[in-house]
Write a protein that binds this ligand. Structure first.
Ligand code: NDP
Ligand code: 2IT
Length: 442
């Protein structure tokens, strides 16, 4: 069967799962140069085995709201592939969550985790629960109910969840507490934990910092420098905030940020203390920024990447960067786009950026810093040791540099020129596929 027919067959097996189809297509088409020369993958039905999750867990989550009414949500955990290590990947709480979204994220996570070189397999989970407008007690009751079922399926050597959209330190704390209460074991079953009970320093910063370390290395490899560059960022959550912090630390200017309601443009450079106060502490809308800093501009609605910048770092959600956004970036002379979010650029947009010679790095490489430090948190938990911020941060930097270096080597080996999407996918796929084969028919 040729590759196009195999992709069609996978789509038919998973009807209506559009985000999952998108991720499957992106990965499989790009690894053609690998598949063409590898008979053993065909013989071992690697494509069928790698695109079928080990298991998909779906469960009801009932919880009591502050008025005493019973609310019902859906919970998911997709344990996609554990060839390289225990399933590892975040939990997302957002009303848009469905099986397609969780499967796309879990599938991407397999290859991202392989790129880190650390012993972790791929998984993802979450719920269509909307944390917006919920009280602290409601969040706690939801997390407790969610974990009451999830705890049957996870464990430090089995599956180790972490945060993602809508799941930060507060939620991880409540989830961890409930796990401990039910199993009566204090162990590294989640990452992104509070520092006082087994969390790692620099995990909070890791995805954003890692993204910018990668950006800095990429520019240097191309004879450029991040210093003084204008950087547009989308999102104003965990990834966006710490990407902005590192961009500023390296002497570049962050001029935009956004949330699901609108976006801000601050030509003087975003005041990150204001953003942290609005988004991390008070959990308000980004429009508050203009009230506190009237010289900035606020626009309601979707961010269209219409402000000229040299570097673009989308850090909100999947498919946020449309073809129109990419046309704006091309028109404005952007040099590089690195995905802080998972799959934020739509396929037509990726195509255009590549055609126009814009340096494009997919999320599975550029945002791998978060899961890398999660794996370092697992190591610290196993060793019952805590490393310093600088120890973790320097390991993170090294991991990001190694990922870039190995992608460049792969691009050379397969004659891919500047197609970093193919380079990252081939490198990650090969590591996982070869391990699957070595472990026999299971
Ligand atoms: P957060 O919940 O902390 O922040 C998400 C941000 O994106 C918020 O500003 C949110 O706006 C915005 N957003 C969410 N959904 C939409 C939407 N549909 N349209 C527009 N804006 C939206 O999540 P993270 O920062 O952790 O995650 C951001 C991205 O990075 C996701 O793609 C995630 O999968 C990816 N990622 C996260 C990692 C991590 O360690 N946290 C690691 C690697 C990747 P609002 O405030 O209005 O909700
Ligand atoms: O998409 C991701 O890599 C994450 N949300 C982080 C996963 C993790 O296990 O830290």
């Amino acid at each position: 069967m040729n590759l196009e027919n195999e992709i069609l067959q996978i789509k038919n097996l998973n009807p209506g799962e559009k985000e999952f189809h998108q991720a499957i297509e992106e990965v499989l088409i790009s690894i053609k140069p690998l598949l063409e020369n590898c008979e053993k993958y065909k013989k071992n039905s690697i494509i069928q085995r790698i695109t079928e999750p080990d298991r998909q867990i779906k469960f009801r989550v009932s919880w009591l709201d502050d008025q005493g009414n019973v609310q019902v949500n859906r919970g998911y955990r997709v344990q996609f592939n554990n060839a390289l290590g225990p399933y590892k990947g975040g939990l997302r709480f957002h009303p848009s969550v469905n099986i397609s979204v969780i499967k796309f994220l879990a599938f991407e996570q397999i290859f991202k985790n392989a790129l880190t070189g650390l012993p972790i397999g791929g998984g993802k989970g979450g719920s269509d629960f909307n944390p917006k407008g919920k009280s602290n007690n409601e969040i706690m009751r939801f997390c407790q109910s969610f974990m009451t079922e999830l705890c049957k399926h996870i464990g430090p050597e089995r599956d180790v969840p972490a945060g993602d959209i809508g799941v930060g330190a507060r939620e991880i704390g409540y989830l961890f507490g409930q796990y401990k209460r039910i199993l009566n074991v204090h162990e590294g079953v989640l990452t992104g934990k509070g520092i006082s009970y087994g969390g790692s320093l620099a995990r909070k910063e890791a995805t954003g910092y890692g993204l910018v370390y990668f950006t800095d290395s990429l520019l240097r490899k191309n004879g450029l420098n991040i210093k003084g560059k204008n950087v547009c960022i989308s999102g104003a959550g965990n990834v966006a905030i710490y990407a902005a912090e590192k961009v500023q630390a390296l002497g570049a200017n962050v001029i935009t940020m956004s949330d699901s309601t609108g976006w801000i443009y601050d030509s003087e450079g975003i005041d990150l203390n204001l953003i942290k106060k609005i988004k991390e502490v008070e959990k308000l809308r980004i429009s508050e920024y203009k009230k506190l800093k009237p010289s900035a501009k606020y626009f309601e609605g979707k961010f269209l990447w219409s402000i000229p910048c040299e570097i673009a770092l989308p850090c909100a959600t999947q498919n946020e960067v449309t073809l129109e956004c990419c046309e704006n970036l091309v028109k404005n002379g952007t040099i590089a786009l690195l995905e802080g979010a998972n799959m934020p650029v739509c396929p037509e947009g990726v195509q255009l950026l590549k055609e126009k010679g814009i340096l494009f790095i997919p999320g599975k490489a550029a945002n791998a810093g978060g899961v890398s430090v999660s794996a370092l948190e697992m190591s610290q938990n196993s060793l019952k040791l805590n490393w310093t911020f600088d120890q973790v941060d320097s390991k993170l930097k090294q991991i990001m540099e190694d990922i870039l270096e190995n992608i460049l080597i792969t691009c050379k080996e397969y004659n891919l020129k500047e197609d970093y999407v193919a380079g990252a996918n081939i490198l990650g796929f090969k590591r996982v596929a070869d391990s699957i084969i070595e472990q026999g028919v299971i």
